[in-house]
Ligand binder design. Structure first.
Ligand code: CU
Length: 121
């Protein structure tokens, strides 16, 4: 009998921990980490979709020469050295489609090197 009571007690404890930690863990807004690779003359992936109000960390890796990424509307301006990695955190505060451009001249196709961010509700 005593053993059964002990089992019930442990079971109730586990349930309580699950009930308490579950909602707390979900409520905590960890930034979403998105890795992109920049190379002549494209970003890979070329577009991403993120949620309005959800913090995002963009990690940009260069596969060759120096590149950059600038969005006038999202307050993003980041440069990454040749073969290097750089990251920037931002929280989109409006929905829409935004087009960023490479901000470091990297060759003949530089002008068409774009990256799209779709911000949804
Ligand atoms: Cu460029």
């Amino acid at each position: 009998m005593k053993k059964r009571a002990m089992q019930m007690f442990v079971f109730a404890g586990v349930l309580m921990i699950a009930a308490l930690s579950g909602p707390l863990a979900w409520a905590h807004d960890e930034p979403q980490r998105i890795e992109i690779t920049a190379h002549r003359f494209a970003f890979n992936p070329g577009e991403i979709t993120v949620k309005k109000g959800q913090p995002v960390i963009l990690v940009i890796k260069s596969a060759d020469v120096a590149h950059g990424l600038r969005f006038h509307d999202l307050n993003i301006n980041i440069k990454v050295g040749a073969g290097g990695t750089a990251e920037v955190q931002f929280t989109p505060d409006k929905t829409g489609d935004f087009v960023g451009h490479c901000s470091v001249f990297c060759g003949s196709g530089h002008g068409s090197m774009t990256f799209k961010v779709h911000v949804v509700d």
